[in-house]
Design a protein around this ligand. Structure first.
Ligand SMILES: [Cu+2]
Length: 194
């Protein structure tokens, strides 16, 4: 049916440190001298997603409540949910941040290819991650993982922006060779683009 899923999970081997009582602020005691300490597993995917051709646009859909007068009973009003969609026209607008509410539906659409009911052919992204920011924005090493600011970000495709990071980021996270933030910073138009 066209569904694709990407999944990752931990192996079950423990990341541990020597137990001291103050260590309980950073984890859970697991053995005589063992503390399972807080740490993160972050993973990101940079995907060139195409739907019914190379050109596509990015849209999010939320549900908002509307309050209107009952047409056959004007002394009463009705509240009901209504679809509210937003076309994200630029890279900055399409960079969804941690700390802000994730839109209910996230759609990649081809505005030039409609189905027989007139809806643009689309992929819906089902975002199931519970990841969150791990360091404050701009804080030293955080500059090496600027991709981790966003649960989802859409950028214009460029051949020289093939990856959102590089293996050298672990050696120099302060001034990384590849910084995903640079892809967004020029804030290019992403409507009906590759
Ligand atoms: Cu772990």
């Amino acid at each position: 049916n066209g569904v694709m899923e990407a999944k990752m999970s931990a192996t079950g081997y423990l990341h541990s440190t020597f137990f001291t009582s103050k260590g309980l602020h950073y984890g859970t005691r697991l053995y005589e001298n063992g503390l399972g300490n807080v740490h993160t597993h972050l993973i990101h995917y940079k995907v060139d997603l195409d739907i019914a051709g190379q050109n596509n646009s990015f849209e999010t859909v939320d549900v908002k409540f509307v309050n209107f007068t009952n047409p056959w009973s004007p002394e009463n009003s009705i509240v009901q949910p209504k679809l509210h969609s937003t076309e994200h026209k630029t890279e900055r607008s399409a960079a969804l941040r941690f700390g802000k509410k994730m839109p209910r539906h996230v759609l990649f659409s081809n505005p030039n290819k409609k189905n027989k009911w007139g809806h643009p052919r689309s992929y819906r992204i089902q975002y199931n991650s519970h990841a969150d920011a791990v360091l404050p924005k701009g804080w030293k090493e955080e500059n090496g993982i600027t991709w981790s600011r966003y649960p989802l970000a859409v950028t214009l495709h460029k051949d020289n922006e093939a990856t959102s990071s590089s293996m050298f980021a672990q050696g120099n996270p302060w001034e990384p060779v590849v910084s995903f933030e640079d892809y967004i910073r020029d804030n290019e138009n992403i409507v009906n683009q590759v």
